[in-house]
Design a protein around this ligand. Structure first.
Ligand code: BDP
Length: 686
């Protein structure tokens, strides 16, 4: 329902004469897609015909033999000429493609089958524009080599976390009550949606690896192979989350010490068996020494020792290990500066720069704490020039409304990717994850999909998944333009009554929805005023007196966390000099992060001219008004789109209005009581 790529999205491909030239599993996928479009809209498709045909659209692998067809020869030659003219002679690579026109013919050329598949989706997105005679040639290749989703899916239902940890879209798309789901067609559909965005890797089980899940590496490898078989035709490789203690749990060894020879041999043999079964297996994902997961610290080893152990086992097969930098002591309290949770990733990992093998990707959450609506960008990303770094985003909306709230995250991710940690004008986070010669670690996100009929619970949350994939393909893209692409693909003109109105209304609802969410929840970057446990809705002091290291320190005089070097935890000094200086002082710190870095009095005047307390009141009132306006706008679409989509969103907007109001009232009342400062505009706070 409402997922992008409905049959209508292919209308421009129909009624065309399409020739596909080349062989391979992914070429067959292109053939299958085009055949379906032609079956629906008329048109014909040929696969490497040995006779002369007249065509409108050609998909050709560059290495494939010449065909007798003259028009195809001409199209290929035109493509080659365009290839020579565009770019700087750089190769198209394993996944790139060229789109060009030759008279009346549109031609897509690629060096490898995946390029043709991505080229096909590009043509679908362009729709009629792909057949515009005046369209100049264009070449595309992904900026990032690995564009990966992590599913926090449990194979067996977890007593607290359920089937999908932090999942808000029903059950798992892969697993059901301890077994692989029978529904292969649904999985194939999922692969197709992901391929259209450019995602090319998926991990299929939770990073918190339970006993049943650990077995996927050995006894239940067949289940993983089955999934890999369904995803492969769409160019998606499977990865597995593994337990660092696997040699003990599964191998019966007395230790999992990374420097122990028997442990190394166990990983080597186990990994070899994985590749015998799944030759294109992607690699391992590891959460170690964090929130109860086992890791190298138990043996007095560090995380380079731990990651290199698995990397060594994967290297002969071309696999990678994604090692998460989410390591902190979750039994901490706020005793002295060294216990600031924000500091932990840098303190653990920055000293290890240069020690990781080349097939280790260090996977770093975008912020130093934990997927909050607003955090500074993690300083680890600027501290490890000799390590392959990936940024981890959270598409599943754990802290951003749990797919009950509209919260379009594209603008936030784009801010993260455009952040220049060495100062304005310098290299960006997008550059870091791209790496030199594309050896960066790429972009990873925790997925938001389940077996829900709308895939993501909230139909509009599909846009977050789509946007993630497109930004992973090209992190420099404008998120508003990506959203526009999603809207066009999802609600193609032929499927809606008034496409322009639908487009405009969706932009009005979604473009600024992340900022609206920010306005009615925890203020000025302080984070974590959520209900403990499920993390939904306000819990103003929910984490204030617990062990998790996530505090706001509100008292009668002020609020915020002093992370300055001069008087606080020193976290600000983990940044390169430009930002270390900006963040160090409340005078230069950007408003939206003020309470992340500083404890200030309620009367502190922001750059905006407002005081902190008045800002809290104003933004909370504004945020709720914006949500009410979203609901009103959505109502204007009634009757114009699929009624089931309309109803589901309408229902969720009611809940969003309710929940945003609750946030507003609790946060405003809390700060009114703490500070005793009334709202200067005299609004009622209760
Ligand atoms: C936290 C989630 C928790 C995850 C953890 C992680 O609340 O469920 O296990 O992140 O990233 O935000 O491993």
């Amino acid at each position: 329902h409402a997922a992008w790529l409905p049959p209508e999205a292919f209308r421009a491909l129909g009624a065309r004469r399409v020739l596909i030239h080349g062989d391979g599993l992914l070429v067959d996928t292109v053939l299958d897609e085009v055949s379906r479009a032609c079956a629906r809209y008329g048109g014909r498709v040929w696969h490497s015909p040995s006779w002369d045909v007249d065509v409108d659209l050609v998909f050709a692998l560059r290495g494939a033999d010449e065909l007798p067809s003259l028009s195809v020869r001409a199209a290929r030659a035109a493509g080659e000429a365009a290839l020579a003219e565009t770019g700087d002679g750089a190769p198209l690579g394993d996944e790139g493609f060229l789109l060009a026109r030759d008279g009346d013919v549109t031609v897509v050329l690629a060096d490898a089958p995946a390029g043709l598949l991505y080229g096909l989706f590009h043509v679908v997105r362009l729709c009629a524009a792909a057949f515009d005679p005046a369209r100049p040639a264009e070449r595309h290749r992904p900026a990032l080599r690995r564009r990966m989703l992590n599913h926090w899916d449990n194979v067996a239902v977890h007593p607290v976390m359920g089937q999908v940890e932090r999942g808000y879209a029903g059950g798992s798309i892969f697993w059901q009550e301890g077994r692989p789901r029978g529904d292969r067609a649904r999985l194939r559909e999922y692969a197709r949606l992901l391929a259209c965005t450019g995602v090319n890797a998926v991990s299929v089980n939770n990073v918190n690896v339970g006993r049943t899940e650990a077995l996927l590496l050995t006894d239940r490898l067949g289940d993983v192979a089955e999934i890999a078989d369904v995803l492969r035709p769409y160019g998606i490789r499977v990865h597995l989350s593994v337990s660092f203690a696997a040699p003990m749990i599964l191998g019966g060894l007395p230790t999992a010490d990374p420097l122990d020879d028997a442990v190394r041999a166990w990983w080597a043999a186990t990994t070899r068996r994985v590749y015998e079964r799944i030759p294109d297996f992607g690699g391992y994902l590891v959460k170690a020494d964090s929130e109860g997961q086992p890791g190298p610290f138990s043996y007095g080893r560090d995380h380079a020792d731990g990651a290199n152990l698995l990397a060594e086992a994967l290297a002969p097969h071309g696999g990678v290990v994604h090692w998460r930098a989410f390591v902190y002591n979750h039994h901490q309290d706020w005793r002295d500066r060294s216990t600031d949770r924000a500091r932990a990733a840098y303190d653990h990992f920055a000293p290890l720069d240069g020690r990781f093998r080349t097939n280790v990707v260090l996977q770093v959450k975008y912020g130093p704490v934990d997927f909050q609506t607003r955090e500074p960008v993690s300083p680890v990303l600027a501290a490890m020039p000799a390590t392959r770094l990936a940024v981890e985003l959270q598409v599943t909306q754990e802290y951003t409304g749990q797919q009950r709230h509209v919260c379009h995250l594209g603008p936030w991710w784009s801010e993260v990717l455009r952040f220049a940690p060495w100062g304005p004008g310098g290299r960006t986070i997008a550059d870091v994850v791209t790496g030199e010669a594309a050896a960066g670690g790429g972009l990873v996100a925790v997925a938001n999909v389940g077996d829900d009929r709308f895939w993501t619970g909230h139909p509009l949350a599909q846009a977050n998944l789509y946007t993630f994939g497109r930004l992973a393909w090209d992190p420099r893209r404008d998120p508003a333009e990506v959203l526009d692409e999603w809207i066009t693909l999802t609600f193609p003109p032929s499927a809606t009554a008034d496409p322009d109105l639908v487009r405009q209304t969706l932009h009005e609802i979604m473009d600024d929805s992340w900022r609206s969410y920010e306005r009615y929840t925890a203020p000025l970057g302080v984070g974590f005023m959520v209900n403990p446990g499920d993390h939904y809705g306000p819990g103003v002091d929910g984490y204030e007196y617990t062990r998790w290291g996530t505090y706001h320190f509100a008292d009668r005089d002020g609020v915020g966390v002093d992370r300055s070097r001069a008087s606080g935890t020193g976290f600000a000094a983990q940044y390169p000099p430009y930002w270390a200086k900006v963040y160090e002082s409340p005078e230069s710190c950007p408003d939206e992060l003020l309470l992340f870095f500083h404890h200030v009095p309620y009367g502190h005047v922001l750059h905006s001219g407002s005081t902190v307390i008045q800002h809290i009141y104003d933004t909370h009132f504004a945020g709720v008004e914006e949500v009410v306006a979203m609901r009103r706008r959505w109502q204007t679409l009634n009757g114009m789109i699929d009624p089931s989509v309309y109803e589901r969103v309408a229902e969720r907007l009611d809940e969003q209005v309710r929940c945003a109001t609750e946030w507003r009232d609790q946060v405003n009342t809390y700060f009114l009581r703490k500070s005793g400062v009334p709202d200067e505009r005299g609004r009622e706070i209760h």
